[in-house]
Design a binder for this molecule. Structure first.
Ligand SMILES: Nc1ncnc2c1ncn2[C@@H]1O[C@H](COP(=O)(O)OP(=O)(O)OP(=O)(O)O)[C@@H](O)[C@H]1O
Length: 564
């Protein structure tokens, strides 16, 4: 019998290598800059990006940052961001990617937890690092990217130019670090909308699976151009042979983006694809409606990260050519994408959503297996012990597939609570609840942690799920959005619906509104028993999506209101 040895052969940069060979002079990245109302673009082709990232990989290694070390990367999207990230991957150095929008306290926690060896950032990030003590104790090397005289001095760091100089001096061809499929390739932090962000361990195998999904399920082809509004997704562009066109905007606060910049970038490069999150979809749709703008080159829009509202998709779609779809994706940092649904199919589900059947997030991505399991807060060790629920039964969403992360970084307990061992892989518990319908489509019914169990003392009377309940109340013309929370009233847990009204409407008589909402509640079995409402002026939501309602905070507010 012959024994075959498996060689480590994973590194997503191999795609960049092939693109550099097959289309060397084609555009890989263009970065827009807006200054005094003037837009300019920095460009790099595939061959140069490949060369530049090789030089950086060599420079980093020679500078003493060895393979396997972890490097925080706080660099705004720029040509350097791309060459650096690919350079890190090529050297086998593990980038730690955090979203600055998560706030100072969470960032500090992320650095304490991930123990970076290296800190690479723009001057602003270094100044914050120095003042706030980020990475103190673990960070040994600091590298600055960009900035002007004084800013650069304040960073007290080695500048990227020095790394490039060191790398350029070395004329040897760089051998890309080859890893095992499941070796750690990067650490990506969740957004922390339900607590502290958790570091998700990414492998090159997971990245490969994501690239395959983008090719096979989303139909992305080499030579396309993508308006890249989310840094991580923008990295997939060059790996797919697709140019990433990065607009001038703050990616961690998409709601503040200037639509004119984005429209101009699409026009300039005739982008065929765009990746937007629901907040941006809403913002661009509103701007497009006002100016009657058309996005005639766009052939596909990918929306992900949070649920997009049907009205926002409809408004946005007015800018698109007929039949161009907004592909709504469901997933999480731990596993992305899980499922997808095109806008036409989604519009057909809106009646069911308004009746409280959940949000349809479509069919699983080809390599993903979705199961629904009975709801429990306990850890589940083995998949053997589980009997998945039948179609149309709400339970926790569990996923299996090559893009499913296998652990959190240095978080044994969180890993234990989120992963289920299934022979030689782990399934991931999404922490979301939902069900599969008779056609195998997934319907999302909210977060498991946001379920409200109405209780008399310890006795459970009825279970309420957020999305199915809230959508019923959202159909009321005065209601912009609503949020279900549980409130303790004399030792009993009761469901309360917090209401945010449309801004242009003033509620002159809350009692009339509450009566109308109570009537709505009575019309549906799953909302019956809800008869307490509170008007909140402005829901606390996450900055990235402007859509994830911080129900934990609202619950505290509602409880205090109840006592007043
Ligand atoms: N298309 C969608 N429709 C509905 N909800 C979605 C959709 N896409 C993502 N979500 C929600 O977003 C979650 C994933 O978000 P992400 O990975 O950014 O971090 P987070 O879960 O918000 O942060 P944390 O886990 O730290 O609280 C999913 O579990 C789901 O609840």
């Amino acid at each position: 019998m012959t024994q075959t040895t498996v060689h480590a052969n994973a590194n997503i940069c191999q795609h960049l290598h092939s693109a550099a060979q097959s289309m060397p002079t084609k555009l890989a990245v263009a970065v827009q800059q807006s200054k005094n109302g003037k837009l300019t673009y920095q460009e790099i082709d595939f061959k140069t990006l490949h060369q530049q990232s090789d030089i950086i990989a060599k420079g980093l290694l020679q500078y003493g940052i060895s393979r396997g070390k972890k490097a925080v990367l706080m660099v705004t999207p720029s040509i350097e961001f791309f060459s650096l990230t690919f350079g890190l991957f090529k050297a086998g150095i593990i980038p730690i990617l955090v979203d600055p929008g998560m706030g100072i306290k969470n960032l500090k926690q992320c650095f304490a937890e991930s123990q970076p060896d290296v800190f690479i950032g723009i001057p602003k990030a270094h100044i914050a690092r120095r003042i706030l003590g980020w990475g103190k104790g673990s960070v040994k090397q600091v590298i600055n990217v960009g900035g002007s005289g004084l800013q650069r001095w304040l960073t007290n760091a080695t500048h990227l130019e020095t790394i490039i100089e060191i790398g350029s001096r070395n004329t040897h061809i760089h051998d890309m670090a080859m890893l095992e499929n499941d070796d750690m390739a990067a650490i990506l932090f969740t957004s922390g909308s339900t607590g502290t962000p958790k570091g998700v361990v990414y492998s090159h195998g997971m990245f490969e699976a994501q690239i395959s999904a983008l090719k096979n399920d989303y139909g992305i082809k080499p030579g396309e151009r993508d308006l890249a509004t989310f840094p991580l997704f923008s990295l997939f562009g060059p790996a797919l042979g697709m140019a990433s066109i990065v607009p001038d905007m703050d990616a961690s606060k998409p709601i503040t983006a200037n639509p004119a910049n984005l429209f101009a970038a699409i026009e300039q490069y005739q982008c065929s694809n765009m990746f937007v999150n629901p907040a941006l979809l809403e913002r661009l749709g509103q701007a497009g409606e006002q100016t009657q703008h058309k996005l005639s080159s766009i052939q596909r829009v990918i929306s992900a990260g949070a649920p997009a509202t049907i009205s926002a998709i409809k408004r946005f779609s007015k800018m698109l050519n007929p039949n161009v779809q907004v592909l709504n994706s469901y997933g999480a940092t731990e596993s992305l994408p899980v499922s997808m649904i095109g806008s036409d199919a989604l519009f057909n589900t809106s009646d069911l959503t308004d009746q409280g059947k959940g949000i349809c997030v479509g069919k699983p991505i080809s390599s993903v297996e979705i199961s629904i399991i009975a709801i429990t807060d306990d850890p589940i060790e083995n998949w053997d012990s589980i009997t998945p629920l039948a179609a149309n039964h709400i339970g926790e969403i569990v996923v299996k597939g090559p893009m499913v992360s296998q652990s959190y970084y240095r978080r044994m307990q969180a890993t234990q609570y989120a992963k289920i061992n299934d022979i030689n892989v782990y399934r991931h518990r999404m922490g979301d609840v939902g069900y599969l319908d008779d056609d195998g489509q997934l319907w999302m019914c909210g977060r498991k942690g946001h379920i409200v169990d109405a209780k008399r003392g310890e006795q459970r009377l009825k279970r309420y799920f957020t999305i199915p309940c809230e959508r019923v109340f959202n159909t009321h013309p005065q209601v912009k959005r609503s949020a279900l929370v549980g409130v303790d009233v004399a030792g009993h847990t009761v469901p309360v619906i917090c209401i945010e009204l449309h801004k242009d409407l003033v509620c002159s008589n809350a009692n009339v509104l509450y009566q109308e909402l109570t009537k709505l509640a009575e019309q549906h079995p799953h909302t019956q028993g809800i008869n307490r409402f509170l008007i909140h002026p402005d829901f606390p939501v996450d900055v990235r999506h402007n859509a994830k309602i911080f129900r934990e905070k609202l619950a505290v507010w509602a409880q205090a209101k109840w006592r007043e």
